[in-house]
Design a protein around this ligand. Structure first.
Ligand SMILES: Cc1cc2nc3c(=O)[nH]c(=O)nc-3n(C[C@H](O)[C@H](O)[C@H](O)COP(=O)(O)OP(=O)(O)OC[C@H]3O[C@@H](n4cnc5c(N)ncnc54)[C@H](O)[C@@H]3O)c2cc1C
Length: 302
């Protein structure tokens, strides 16, 4: 095998398509839980605006498969790198490969408020660029999860002049922030958020300190947890940022572990679908060039 790709979301599939077209032997192993799986529609992806994210992946698998890319279902928990050979353990046996590309995405850890998980991707969302347009001029609630949630509320003011900021204890705004929110007409509700009011399938209110405030959608900021256990188990170096600890990559997607690469949300918090597709293609080009260089070295050494 030339490349084993762990993760078949937009980043992994985009890389798989380019590598398949470059006549590389590629296997993608995927556990079937892409980050945006609960959203019915995907937005801001040129040529695919409004498409189901699952349909995008289905098409991507079919396209990559047309160039010989092989797909396996399952979760990869362990791999080893020894003398330039990488072994990846799967439910279908151990795969030997020259390169490993990890594209396993990230997990959104939601605040523990009843109703949030059930509504995730529909009445409770995260990304203004993905869902802001659909809620333009609506009453938008922002349930704070950290002091940074003030920025989310300020941003959402671009889509509606009826934004309500729920401090929710953790996101208590400073006097300066309160002033800036007030100047933009953003109402502040203090107190702990205890649940959502949902009517039918729609979010219609946020319960705070026993009273219900009317809203039509909730934006919030989950804790972002990269699914990077495999990379860490291989010894990949990491760097601390204000959003936690992230595995290091260079501009081409190489981690600090020889032969092991990474792309998409697992290493890049800003990789939306379009960015993930673009980076998947970029990393595939760099990976293929790396393999070509290896092939030449092998001939020179022989
Ligand atoms: C609710 C919601 C809505 C969103 N809407 C939009 C939108 O409208 N437009 C937009 O551009 N972006 C949107 N996003 C962001 C988008 O989901 C991400 O940008 C995108 O999914 C990142 O792609 P990825 O390939 O890096 O990761 P993912 O899409 O998460 O794919 C990773 C894949 O790897 C698999 N995997 C993980 N670990 C393993 C393992 N150990 N072994 C095997 N497989 C594994 C997972 O099951 C998954 O299939 C949204 C996000 C959320 C949460």
């Amino acid at each position: 095998m030339d490349v084993v790709i762990v993760g078949g979301g937009p980043a992994g599939l985009s890389a798989a398509l380019s590598l398949g077209r470059a006549r590389r032997r590629v296997t993608v192993i995927d556990s079937g839980e892409p980050r945006n799986r609960t959203a019915a529609h995907m937005h801001g992806v040129l040529g695919h605006d409004g498409l189901s994210p699952l349909v995008l992946l289905e098409r991507g698998r079919a396209e990559a498969n047309g160039y010989g890319v092989r797909f396996l279902q399952g979760e990869v928990a362990s791999a080893r790198v020894e003398d330039g050979v990488i072994e990846v353990d799967t439910a279908h046996g151990t795969l030997r490969t020259r390169r490993l590309l990890v594209a396993s995405g990230l997990e959104d850890v939601l605040p523990d408020i009843p109703g949030f998980r059930e509504q995730w991707g529909r009445g409770v969302v995260v990304c203004p660029y993905c869902d802001g347009w659909e809620h333009r001029n609506n009453v938008i609630g922002v349930v704070a999860t950290s002091a940074r949630s003030v920025e989310q509320a300020q941003l959402l003011r671009q889509w509606s002049d009826r934004v309500v900021y729920f401090e929710n204890v953790v996101g208590e705004a400073s006097a300066a922030d309160l002033d800036r929110l007030a100047r933009r007409g953003i109402r502040v509700e203090s107190g702990a958020v205890t649940s959502l009011r949902v009517e039918g399938e729609r979010v219609t209110g946020v319960e705070v300190d026993g009273r219900v405030v009317d809203v039509e959608v909730v934006f919030t900021g989950p804790t972002l947890r990269p699914r990077d256990a495999l990379l860490r188990s291989l010894g990949a170096t990491t760097t601390e940022s204000e959003l936690g600890s992230w595995v290091d990559i260079d501009d081409d997607g190489r981690t600090s572990v020889p032969g092991v690469w990474a792309v998409g949300n697992v290493v890049n918090v800003r990789a939306n679908v379009s960015v993930s597709l673009g980076l998947g293609s970029l990393v595939a080009g760099a990976l293929n060039a790396d393999l070509v260089a290896d092939d030449i070295d092998a001939l020179v050494d022989a």
